[in-house]
Design a protein around this ligand. Structure first.
Ligand code: FES
Ligand code: FES
Length: 216
């Protein structure tokens, strides 16, 4: 059986007058710092990281895939990092910055777009899973210079203040109207509840959706 103390085992001096092998607060802190420093150094050197067994694993390039989809009527083919969200694909790769990044976590609806006619939070949708999909963003709603009726209704009803949530509200409203969830202001509120407006324009937003639905 070894008689070596924990301190000497890691090359640290023992406390003066300490006759037991139990580590003191001083030696515990010193030991933790020394060991932690070694792990950090191992994680940085050579761009590799340590796994449980102590093996070093080289960090390779992130996997990417090729995807073809139609955005606002235009066929697009790109190769993207597999982790790219539809929102980042639209904003960073295609320059379509109408869809906004609010929470980037599926909680605010600022990034709402239509995929094959259905409302989705583009921040939570992986771009590489959209092979062959039809995507409609706020930029694709107007017909040339002719605004979509709901865009016009937002103007007529003065249904925005800062405007940050507005593209998502309008795209979501288009989806809500197509789905037929516009029977009453309460129903519209319920089915638009995934779209948050921090300026509190809800009454006017609901009115704009209701008026547009009534014109159909
Ligand atoms: Fe997508 Fe908030 S940015 S839900
Ligand atoms: Fe400002 Fe809705 S208009 S968040």
């Amino acid at each position: 059986m070894s008689t070596e103390s924990p301190e000497s085992a890691v090359g640290l001096p023992t406390e003066p007058g300490d006759s037991t092998s139990a580590p003191t607060r001083h030696t515990f802190v010193a030991t933790s710092t020394a060991v932690g420093g070694a792990v950090v150094a191992g994680g940085v050197i050579g761009g590799s990281f340590l796994v449980g067994s102590g093996d070093a694993v080289a960090a390779g390039p992130a996997p990417s895939s090729r995807v073809s989809l139609t955005v606002n009527g235009t066929r697009r083919t790109v190769t993207v990092d597999n982790r790219t969200s539809l929102l980042d694909l639209l904003r960073e790769h295609f320059g379509l910055t109408g869809s906004k990044k609010g929470c980037n976590a599926g909680a605010c609806g600022a990034c709402t777009v239509l995929v094959d006619g259905r409302r989705v939070n583009s921040c939570l949708t992986l771009a590489v899973r959209l092979e062959g999909a039809e995507v409609t963003t706020i930029e694709g709603l107007a017909d040339g210079d002719q605004l979509h009726p709901l865009q016009q209704a937002f103007i007529d009803e003065d249904a925005s203040q800062c405007g940050y949530c507005t593209p998502g509200q309008i795209v979501s409203g288009v989806g809500c109207i197509r789905e037929g969830h516009t029977g009453s202001p309460e129903e519209i509120r319920e089915w638009m509840s995934g779209n948050i407006c921090r300026c509190g324009c809800y009454v006017k937003i609901v009115r704009a959706v209701q008026q547009t639905a009534g014109r159909k």
